[in-house]
Design a protein around this ligand. Structure first.
Ligand code: FE2
Length: 415
């Protein structure tokens, strides 16, 4: 074999397994593989995980912190104003340079698949062309999926629909939208129908920024689920943010959750962003704003945690670490049971992989050997410590490597 990773622990709780890799694929998983290999990695007592997947990101604005100035107030409206100031000054080269820098950072953190929205509002489609080029350049180490995102509205921006269609013609993968930003609820609902129609015609997946508001009457998610069923797009549509669900009446939600499950609509929460941007009109008590993650999971809805922003007009923090995202998701959603902690880990690994449509994801014989080895014994400690990623492997090749940190006395205590 080319590589054997010895005695690792898997995210599902299995311990002490060898993983054999040949020609970039996993060929064996067993308590002990007799064969020898060109290279062996001792992963005794360490977590061997499939790579992280970020189901919601904005690569066109990432790493622009401070350009042309920082968001002094830290609120959404100043972020929007700042993006409007920045957009006319953007160049394709600058977008590509920043996006590549981000992707290299992401790979070091074991983040090897990203779904990025790309703003299609600008008639020049600068960001679209830039990120299509980035998708090609990073393909050896990151699966980048692009969403055509009409940030200024499909209808509210007179060129919204035309630009979105142009972006799809250029090869953007997924249909995006922002129904709660259209002028009226009716126009927002109409945009949902039109976007699903476009996706059905073109055989594409859908991922809308949906109901990213504290308004409990923002109910585009209901239209999204119902129209998903009508267009036969079950399992291919995601609602991102869905923060209005936090503020909705419980009785209404008891009807909404089964409808979402019926439509096999996926939910993508962005805990870092939602906890900072939602509830900002509240005094006290102050709403957390994140969608109802535990309840969605209990209803059988696929839930991913996304990162949304890193060092951009809307969010000044972040470092491409999906363990940070899961850590925040656990706290905001009060997901502290052992089962919920495992679900939170799934929300940055297998759930977003399903949402992105990756069929060969996971530690299974026959799949590409995309793996990360973490300096932690299990998913709980991986999240607790935001554990160092000792090796990041892509198709059996080591992308990044770092030395282990000295033994953590707490870990010894825990084991
Ligand atoms: Fe977003």
């Amino acid at each position: 074999m080319d590589l054997i990773i010895r005695q690792g622990n898997l995210p599902d709780g299995r311990c002490g397994l060898d993983i054999g890799v040949l020609e970039g694929r996993i060929v064996a998983i067993a308590p002990h593989i007799e064969a020898t290999a060109t290279r062996e990695i001792d992963a005794t007592g360490r977590l061997v995980s499939p790579p992280f997947v970020d189901a919601h990101f904005h690569l066109d604005s990432a790493l622009t912190y401070g350009q042309p100035r920082v968001n002094e107030s830290g609120i959404l409206l100043e972020g929007i104003a700042l993006w409007a100031e920045l957009k006319p000054t953007l160049t394709q080269d600058a977008i590509i340079e920043r996006a590549l820098r981000y992707c290299r950072l992401a790979a070091r953190q074991g983040l090897l698949a990203i779904r990025s929205h790309v703003d299609t509002s600008d008639d020049r489609l600068l960001g679209v062309e830039a990120l299509i080029e980035v998708r090609r350049k990073v393909a050896p180490f990151i699966d980048l999926q692009l969403v055509a995102f009409p940030q200024d509205g499909l209808y509210r921006n007179p060129a919204g629909e035309q630009n979105l269609l142009r972006a799809l013609d250029l090869g953007v993968d997924v249909v995006g939208g922002i129904p709660h930003f259209e002028r009226t609820m009716a126009e927002g609902a109409r945009s949902v129908t039109r976007l699903l129609e476009i996706a059905a015609e073109r055989g594409l997946r859908v991922d809308l920024h949906c109901d990213e508001t504290d308004d409990p009457m923002s109910r585009h998610v209901e239209t999204l689920a119902a129209e998903t069923i009508r267009f036969g797009l079950q399992g291919r549509v995601a609602g991102s943010h869905l923060t209005s669900m936090h503020s909705m009446d419980n009785y209404y939600v008891s009807k909404l959750l089964p409808l979402m499950a019926e439509a096999r609509l996926a939910a993508i929460a962005n805990p870092l962003i939602n906890i900072t941007l939602q509830g900002r009109h509240d005094t006290y008590p102050k709403r957390r704003g994140m969608t109802r993650v535990p309840e969605l999971l209990a209803a059988g809805v696929d839930v991913a945690f996304g990162q949304d922003c890193v060092l951009d007009p809307w969010y000044s923090f972040g470092n491409a670490d999906m363990l940070d995202v899961a850590h925040m998701g656990i706290h905001v959603g009060q997901m502290t049971s052992q089962a919920a902690i495992r679900q939170a880990y799934a929300s940055i690994t297998e759930a977003p992989a399903r949402i992105l449509g990756h069929r060969d994801y996971g530690i299974q014989a026959g799949n590409p050997a995309n793996l990360i080895i973490l300096d932690a014994p299990d998913v709980f400690h991986a999240i607790r410590l935001r554990a160092p990623r000792l090796q990041v492997l892509r198709r059996g090749q080591i992308l990044c490597e770092q030395v282990a940190t000295p033994d953590d006395p707490d870990l010894a205590f825990a084991s």
